[in-house]
Design a protein around this ligand. Structure first.
Ligand SMILES: [Mn+2]
Length: 401
Protein backbone atom coordinates (compact mmCIF):
# COMPACT_ATOMS: atom_id res chain seq x y z
CA UNK A 1 0.00 0.00 0.00
CA UNK A 2 1.20 3.50 -0.75
CA UNK A 3 1.07 6.30 1.81
CA UNK A 4 1.25 10.07 1.65
CA UNK A 5 1.43 12.90 4.17
CA UNK A 6 -2.03 14.05 5.25
CA UNK A 7 -2.91 17.32 3.65
CA UNK A 8 -3.89 18.59 7.09
CA UNK A 9 -0.34 18.37 8.40
CA UNK A 10 1.48 21.68 8.41
CA UNK A 11 4.91 22.72 9.59
CA UNK A 12 4.29 25.45 12.12
CA UNK A 13 7.87 26.21 12.91
CA UNK A 14 10.46 24.73 10.53
CA UNK A 15 13.37 25.89 12.68
CA UNK A 16 12.35 23.96 15.76
CA UNK A 17 10.64 21.24 13.70
CA UNK A 18 7.10 21.52 15.06
CA UNK A 19 4.38 20.01 12.92
CA UNK A 20 0.67 20.18 13.54
CA UNK A 21 -2.34 18.29 12.35
CA UNK A 22 -4.82 21.09 11.76
CA UNK A 23 -7.86 18.88 12.26
CA UNK A 24 -6.93 16.81 15.28
CA UNK A 25 -4.95 19.67 16.82
CA UNK A 26 -2.02 17.35 17.64
CA UNK A 27 1.31 19.12 17.73
CA UNK A 28 4.54 17.19 17.50
CA UNK A 29 8.09 18.29 17.90
CA UNK A 30 10.00 16.27 15.32
CA UNK A 31 13.65 15.84 14.42
CA UNK A 32 15.25 16.96 11.19
CA UNK A 33 15.45 13.30 10.15
CA UNK A 34 11.70 12.87 10.60
CA UNK A 35 11.01 15.99 8.55
CA UNK A 36 13.20 14.54 5.80
CA UNK A 37 11.39 11.23 6.08
CA UNK A 38 8.01 12.95 5.81
CA UNK A 39 9.14 14.92 2.78
CA UNK A 40 9.67 11.58 0.99
CA UNK A 41 5.94 10.95 1.42
CA UNK A 42 4.88 14.19 -0.27
CA UNK A 43 4.15 11.91 -3.23
CA UNK A 44 2.50 8.53 -2.48
CA UNK A 45 5.09 5.84 -1.74
CA UNK A 46 5.21 2.39 -0.22
CA UNK A 47 7.14 1.86 3.02
CA UNK A 48 9.57 -0.41 1.13
CA UNK A 49 10.41 2.29 -1.39
CA UNK A 50 11.19 4.77 1.35
CA UNK A 51 13.03 2.30 3.59
CA UNK A 52 15.33 1.25 0.78
CA UNK A 53 16.55 4.79 0.32
CA UNK A 54 16.96 5.78 3.99
CA UNK A 55 18.79 2.86 5.54
CA UNK A 56 21.03 0.07 4.40
CA UNK A 57 20.97 -2.23 7.43
CA UNK A 58 18.07 -4.45 8.43
CA UNK A 59 17.86 -3.28 12.07
CA UNK A 60 17.64 0.37 11.06
CA UNK A 61 14.91 -0.41 8.54
CA UNK A 62 12.84 -2.28 11.15
CA UNK A 63 13.09 0.64 13.54
CA UNK A 64 12.04 3.13 10.90
CA UNK A 65 9.17 0.87 9.78
CA UNK A 66 7.86 0.83 13.36
CA UNK A 67 8.09 4.59 13.48
CA UNK A 68 6.22 4.93 10.17
CA UNK A 69 3.39 2.78 11.54
CA UNK A 70 3.16 5.19 14.45
CA UNK A 71 2.83 8.09 12.02
CA UNK A 72 -0.03 6.23 10.34
CA UNK A 73 -1.76 5.76 13.72
CA UNK A 74 -1.44 9.48 14.33
CA UNK A 75 -2.97 10.20 10.91
CA UNK A 76 0.14 12.07 9.84
CA UNK A 77 0.67 9.52 7.08
CA UNK A 78 -2.45 8.19 5.44
CA UNK A 79 -3.06 5.47 2.85
CA UNK A 80 -3.09 7.03 -0.62
CA UNK A 81 -6.66 5.96 -1.32
CA UNK A 82 -8.12 6.96 2.01
CA UNK A 83 -10.51 9.85 1.86
CA UNK A 84 -9.64 12.19 4.66
CA UNK A 85 -12.91 12.24 6.42
CA UNK A 86 -13.02 15.89 7.44
CA UNK A 87 -13.52 17.52 4.10
CA UNK A 88 -13.11 16.11 0.67
CA UNK A 89 -13.73 19.08 -1.55
CA UNK A 90 -17.21 19.69 -0.32
CA UNK A 91 -18.20 16.34 1.14
CA UNK A 92 -18.55 16.59 4.88
CA UNK A 93 -19.35 13.85 7.30
CA UNK A 94 -21.75 14.82 10.04
CA UNK A 95 -19.58 13.61 12.86
CA UNK A 96 -17.00 16.38 12.47
CA UNK A 97 -18.11 19.38 14.47
CA UNK A 98 -15.04 21.51 15.11
CA UNK A 99 -11.72 22.49 13.62
CA UNK A 100 -8.65 23.02 15.71
CA UNK A 101 -6.75 26.20 14.87
CA UNK A 102 -3.01 26.59 15.25
CA UNK A 103 -3.17 28.72 18.37
CA UNK A 104 -5.40 28.93 21.43
CA UNK A 105 -6.92 31.67 23.58
CA UNK A 106 -4.36 32.85 26.17
CA UNK A 107 -2.15 29.87 25.14
CA UNK A 108 -4.38 27.54 27.16
CA UNK A 109 -4.43 23.79 26.38
CA UNK A 110 -6.51 22.60 23.46
CA UNK A 111 -9.08 19.88 24.07
CA UNK A 112 -11.26 17.91 21.75
CA UNK A 113 -14.97 18.03 22.57
CA UNK A 114 -14.94 14.44 23.71
CA UNK A 115 -11.92 14.94 25.98
CA UNK A 116 -13.43 17.74 28.08
CA UNK A 117 -13.31 16.99 31.80
CA UNK A 118 -13.71 19.47 34.61
CA UNK A 119 -12.53 22.64 32.86
CA UNK A 120 -13.85 25.84 34.42
CA UNK A 121 -13.54 27.95 31.28
CA UNK A 122 -13.96 26.64 27.76
CA UNK A 123 -13.23 28.76 24.70
CA UNK A 124 -15.06 28.15 21.44
CA UNK A 125 -14.84 30.12 18.19
CA UNK A 126 -17.75 30.58 15.80
CA UNK A 127 -16.13 31.94 12.62
CA UNK A 128 -19.36 32.73 10.83
CA UNK A 129 -20.28 36.09 9.28
CA UNK A 130 -22.94 35.21 6.72
CA UNK A 131 -25.57 36.74 8.99
CA UNK A 132 -23.95 40.16 8.57
CA UNK A 133 -26.01 42.92 6.97
CA UNK A 134 -23.06 45.30 6.63
CA UNK A 135 -19.41 44.45 6.12
CA UNK A 136 -18.42 40.78 6.41
CA UNK A 137 -15.12 39.71 8.00
CA UNK A 138 -16.08 38.82 11.56
CA UNK A 139 -15.28 35.20 10.68
CA UNK A 140 -11.64 36.13 11.22
CA UNK A 141 -12.31 37.30 14.77
CA UNK A 142 -11.67 34.12 16.78
CA UNK A 143 -8.34 33.22 15.20
CA UNK A 144 -7.07 36.81 15.23
CA UNK A 145 -7.81 36.97 18.95
CA UNK A 146 -6.21 33.59 19.54
CA UNK A 147 -3.03 34.79 17.85
CA UNK A 148 -2.86 38.08 19.75
CA UNK A 149 -3.65 36.54 23.13
CA UNK A 150 -1.24 33.67 22.78
CA UNK A 151 1.49 36.18 21.86
CA UNK A 152 0.75 38.17 24.99
CA UNK A 153 -0.11 35.44 27.53
CA UNK A 154 1.83 32.38 28.55
CA UNK A 155 -0.37 29.80 30.24
CA UNK A 156 1.37 28.14 33.15
CA UNK A 157 -0.45 25.26 34.77
CA UNK A 158 0.17 23.30 37.92
CA UNK A 159 1.59 19.94 36.82
CA UNK A 160 -0.55 17.87 39.19
CA UNK A 161 -3.90 19.61 38.92
CA UNK A 162 -3.67 21.20 35.47
CA UNK A 163 -4.99 24.40 36.99
CA UNK A 164 -3.81 27.76 35.68
CA UNK A 165 -1.30 29.68 37.78
CA UNK A 166 -2.96 32.91 36.68
CA UNK A 167 -1.58 36.30 35.75
CA UNK A 168 -0.68 39.15 38.05
CA UNK A 169 -2.75 42.26 37.49
CA UNK A 170 -1.03 45.55 38.28
CA UNK A 171 -4.36 47.37 38.49
CA UNK A 172 -5.96 44.88 40.86
CA UNK A 173 -2.70 44.17 42.69
CA UNK A 174 -3.40 40.46 42.74
CA UNK A 175 -3.11 37.30 40.66
CA UNK A 176 -6.10 36.82 38.37
CA UNK A 177 -7.57 33.47 37.30
CA UNK A 178 -5.31 31.44 39.57
CA UNK A 179 -6.56 27.90 40.14
CA UNK A 180 -8.99 27.73 37.26
CA UNK A 181 -8.68 25.27 34.42
CA UNK A 182 -9.08 26.48 30.85
CA UNK A 183 -9.36 24.74 27.51
CA UNK A 184 -9.90 25.76 23.90
CA UNK A 185 -12.03 23.39 21.84
CA UNK A 186 -11.45 25.20 18.54
CA UNK A 187 -13.88 26.58 15.99
CA UNK A 188 -17.28 25.29 14.95
CA UNK A 189 -16.72 23.92 11.47
CA UNK A 190 -18.42 25.80 8.66
CA UNK A 191 -19.03 24.08 5.38
CA UNK A 192 -19.13 26.78 2.74
CA UNK A 193 -22.48 26.72 0.98
CA UNK A 194 -24.44 24.84 3.61
CA UNK A 195 -27.63 26.49 4.77
CA UNK A 196 -27.78 28.48 7.98
CA UNK A 197 -29.95 25.98 9.85
CA UNK A 198 -27.50 23.19 9.22
CA UNK A 199 -24.69 25.33 10.56
CA UNK A 200 -26.79 26.52 13.52
CA UNK A 201 -27.56 22.90 14.38
CA UNK A 202 -23.84 22.23 14.52
CA UNK A 203 -23.29 25.29 16.78
CA UNK A 204 -26.12 24.07 19.01
CA UNK A 205 -24.65 20.57 19.19
CA UNK A 206 -21.13 21.81 19.97
CA UNK A 207 -22.30 24.27 22.63
CA UNK A 208 -24.33 21.51 24.30
CA UNK A 209 -21.18 19.41 24.59
CA UNK A 210 -19.15 22.37 25.80
CA UNK A 211 -21.52 23.25 28.64
CA UNK A 212 -22.61 19.73 29.54
CA UNK A 213 -20.20 19.56 32.48
CA UNK A 214 -21.08 22.97 33.83
CA UNK A 215 -17.99 24.88 32.69
CA UNK A 216 -18.20 28.55 31.74
CA UNK A 217 -18.23 28.89 27.94
CA UNK A 218 -16.60 31.89 26.28
CA UNK A 219 -17.89 31.86 22.73
CA UNK A 220 -16.15 34.19 20.31
CA UNK A 221 -17.80 35.28 17.06
CA UNK A 222 -18.40 35.69 14.36
CA UNK A 223 -21.49 37.75 13.85
CA UNK A 224 -24.34 38.06 16.30
CA UNK A 225 -26.75 35.74 14.45
CA UNK A 226 -25.05 32.78 16.18
CA UNK A 227 -26.32 33.78 19.61
CA UNK A 228 -29.56 32.13 18.49
CA UNK A 229 -28.27 28.52 18.31
CA UNK A 230 -26.07 29.19 21.34
CA UNK A 231 -29.11 30.17 23.39
CA UNK A 232 -30.98 27.09 22.18
CA UNK A 233 -28.22 24.95 23.69
CA UNK A 234 -28.06 27.07 26.84
CA UNK A 235 -31.79 26.71 27.42
CA UNK A 236 -31.54 22.97 26.91
CA UNK A 237 -28.83 22.71 29.58
CA UNK A 238 -30.08 25.24 32.12
CA UNK A 239 -33.81 25.49 31.50
CA UNK A 240 -34.95 29.03 32.07
CA UNK A 241 -32.14 31.57 31.59
CA UNK A 242 -32.33 35.34 31.29
CA UNK A 243 -30.10 37.21 28.89
CA UNK A 244 -28.02 40.32 29.36
CA UNK A 245 -27.46 41.78 25.93
CA UNK A 246 -24.92 44.59 25.68
CA UNK A 247 -24.96 46.21 22.25
CA UNK A 248 -25.33 49.50 20.35
CA UNK A 249 -28.30 47.90 18.59
CA UNK A 250 -31.40 46.11 19.87
CA UNK A 251 -31.11 43.40 17.17
CA UNK A 252 -34.90 43.27 17.28
CA UNK A 253 -35.49 43.64 13.55
CA UNK A 254 -38.30 41.72 11.90
CA UNK A 255 -37.77 38.09 11.02
CA UNK A 256 -38.87 36.96 7.58
CA UNK A 257 -40.69 33.65 7.12
CA UNK A 258 -38.54 30.94 5.49
CA UNK A 259 -35.39 33.04 5.84
CA UNK A 260 -32.92 32.39 8.65
CA UNK A 261 -32.30 35.09 11.17
CA UNK A 262 -29.41 37.53 10.75
CA UNK A 263 -27.37 39.64 13.14
CA UNK A 264 -29.98 42.42 13.06
CA UNK A 265 -32.97 40.36 14.16
CA UNK A 266 -31.37 37.67 16.27
CA UNK A 267 -33.14 38.71 19.47
CA UNK A 268 -36.50 38.73 17.74
CA UNK A 269 -35.77 35.10 16.89
CA UNK A 270 -34.69 34.43 20.47
CA UNK A 271 -37.95 35.94 21.74
CA UNK A 272 -40.06 34.08 19.18
CA UNK A 273 -38.66 30.78 20.43
CA UNK A 274 -38.82 31.74 24.12
CA UNK A 275 -35.10 31.20 24.59
CA UNK A 276 -34.73 34.01 27.13
CA UNK A 277 -36.79 34.16 30.29
CA UNK A 278 -36.15 37.92 30.36
CA UNK A 279 -34.12 39.99 27.91
CA UNK A 280 -32.20 42.93 29.39
CA UNK A 281 -30.53 45.20 26.85
CA UNK A 282 -27.81 47.64 27.85
CA UNK A 283 -26.02 50.42 25.96
CA UNK A 284 -28.36 50.76 22.98
CA UNK A 285 -28.14 54.13 21.21
CA UNK A 286 -29.31 55.91 18.07
CA UNK A 287 -32.62 55.27 16.33
CA UNK A 288 -34.13 51.85 16.97
CA UNK A 289 -37.32 51.75 14.91
CA UNK A 290 -40.20 51.20 17.25
CA UNK A 291 -40.03 50.72 20.97
CA UNK A 292 -40.77 47.25 22.28
CA UNK A 293 -42.98 47.11 25.34
CA UNK A 294 -43.23 43.67 26.95
CA UNK A 295 -43.14 42.26 30.46
CA UNK A 296 -40.12 40.05 29.67
CA UNK A 297 -38.06 42.86 28.17
CA UNK A 298 -36.09 45.81 29.59
CA UNK A 299 -34.11 48.42 27.72
CA UNK A 300 -31.36 50.44 29.42
CA UNK A 301 -30.17 52.77 26.68
CA UNK A 302 -26.74 54.33 26.82
CA UNK A 303 -28.46 57.64 27.68
CA UNK A 304 -30.24 55.95 30.62
CA UNK A 305 -26.96 54.51 31.88
CA UNK A 306 -25.22 57.89 31.64
CA UNK A 307 -28.10 59.76 33.28
CA UNK A 308 -29.11 57.34 36.04
CA UNK A 309 -25.89 55.41 36.54
CA UNK A 310 -25.04 51.76 35.98
CA UNK A 311 -25.99 50.77 39.53
CA UNK A 312 -29.64 51.62 39.05
CA UNK A 313 -29.94 49.63 35.81
CA UNK A 314 -28.20 46.60 37.26
CA UNK A 315 -30.44 46.44 40.35
CA UNK A 316 -33.28 45.50 37.99
CA UNK A 317 -31.59 42.12 37.41
CA UNK A 318 -33.24 39.29 39.30
CA UNK A 319 -30.68 37.66 41.60
CA UNK A 320 -32.47 34.32 41.74
CA UNK A 321 -32.04 33.73 37.97
CA UNK A 322 -29.02 32.47 36.03
CA UNK A 323 -27.94 34.86 33.28
CA UNK A 324 -26.22 34.46 29.95
CA UNK A 325 -24.22 37.44 28.65
CA UNK A 326 -24.15 38.37 24.98
CA UNK A 327 -21.80 41.23 24.16
CA UNK A 328 -21.53 43.00 20.83
CA UNK A 329 -18.23 44.89 20.64
CA UNK A 330 -19.99 47.74 18.79
CA UNK A 331 -21.45 48.93 22.09
CA UNK A 332 -18.09 50.67 22.37
CA UNK A 333 -17.49 53.91 20.55
CA UNK A 334 -15.85 53.40 17.13
CA UNK A 335 -12.91 55.45 18.41
CA UNK A 336 -12.10 52.51 20.67
CA UNK A 337 -13.51 49.68 18.55
CA UNK A 338 -13.37 50.61 14.85
CA UNK A 339 -13.12 46.99 13.69
CA UNK A 340 -16.79 46.12 13.52
CA UNK A 341 -19.32 45.95 10.71
CA UNK A 342 -22.10 48.28 11.87
CA UNK A 343 -20.55 50.99 14.06
CA UNK A 344 -22.60 53.77 15.68
CA UNK A 345 -20.95 56.95 16.89
CA UNK A 346 -21.08 58.38 20.39
CA UNK A 347 -20.77 55.04 22.17
CA UNK A 348 -19.47 53.75 25.47
CA UNK A 349 -15.88 54.04 26.51
CA UNK A 350 -14.06 50.93 27.74
CA UNK A 351 -14.08 52.11 31.35
CA UNK A 352 -17.86 52.32 31.39
CA UNK A 353 -18.17 48.90 29.75
CA UNK A 354 -15.82 47.36 32.31
CA UNK A 355 -17.78 49.00 35.15
CA UNK A 356 -21.02 47.64 33.72
CA UNK A 357 -19.55 44.14 33.40
CA UNK A 358 -18.20 44.23 36.96
CA UNK A 359 -21.57 45.36 38.30
CA UNK A 360 -23.40 42.65 36.37
CA UNK A 361 -21.01 39.87 37.39
CA UNK A 362 -21.20 40.93 41.05
CA UNK A 363 -24.99 41.14 40.98
CA UNK A 364 -26.00 37.88 39.27
CA UNK A 365 -24.72 34.42 38.43
CA UNK A 366 -23.40 34.36 34.86
CA UNK A 367 -23.35 30.92 33.24
CA UNK A 368 -21.58 31.85 30.01
CA UNK A 369 -20.96 34.56 27.47
CA UNK A 370 -20.37 35.39 23.86
CA UNK A 371 -18.36 38.25 22.40
CA UNK A 372 -19.32 38.99 18.82
CA UNK A 373 -18.87 41.28 15.83
CA UNK A 374 -15.11 41.82 16.04
CA UNK A 375 -14.08 42.27 12.42
CA UNK A 376 -10.28 42.21 11.96
CA UNK A 377 -10.69 43.23 8.29
CA UNK A 378 -11.95 46.64 9.39
CA UNK A 379 -9.66 47.03 12.35
CA UNK A 380 -6.86 49.49 12.96
CA UNK A 381 -3.68 48.07 14.39
CA UNK A 382 -5.65 45.17 15.98
CA UNK A 383 -7.06 47.55 18.55
CA UNK A 384 -10.61 46.15 18.47
CA UNK A 385 -9.39 42.57 18.85
CA UNK A 386 -7.09 43.66 21.69
CA UNK A 387 -9.94 45.44 23.42
CA UNK A 388 -12.22 42.42 22.97
CA UNK A 389 -9.52 40.27 24.60
CA UNK A 390 -9.21 42.68 27.53
CA UNK A 391 -12.99 42.54 27.83
CA UNK A 392 -12.98 38.73 27.93
CA UNK A 393 -10.20 38.81 30.50
CA UNK A 394 -12.15 41.34 32.56
CA UNK A 395 -15.35 39.26 32.46
CA UNK A 396 -13.44 36.13 33.50
CA UNK A 397 -11.61 37.94 36.29
CA UNK A 398 -14.98 39.02 37.70
CA UNK A 399 -16.76 35.71 37.26
CA UNK A 400 -13.83 33.80 38.82
CA UNK A 401 -12.84 36.49 41.34
MN1 LIG B 1 -24.64 45.60 17.36
Amino acid sequence: MRYRVSRFVVTTDPQSGVIQHTKTGDRLSVSEETLKLLSLFSEPKTFEEVLSCVSSDEKGRLEIAGFLKQLVDEKILIPEKEIEEWTNWGVLTDKVLVESPLRTFFSCPRRSLTALEDEDIIFLGVPFDLGTTGYPGARFGPDKMRGLSSDAFEYHADILTGKCKGWFSAGKDKTILEGVKMADVGNVLLQVGENFERFYNRVDQVVRQVIARGGFPVIVGGDHSCSYPILRAVKEQYGSVSVIHIDAHTDLGETIPDISNNHGNVFTKVREENLAHHLHQFGVRGCIGKKLIASDYSLHSLEDLKRDGIGKAVTSLNQSQPYYLSLDIDVLDPVFAPGTGTPITNGMNPEMLFDLLSSVARRVKLIGCDIVEVNPMLDRNNQTSELALSTIFHILSEVFR
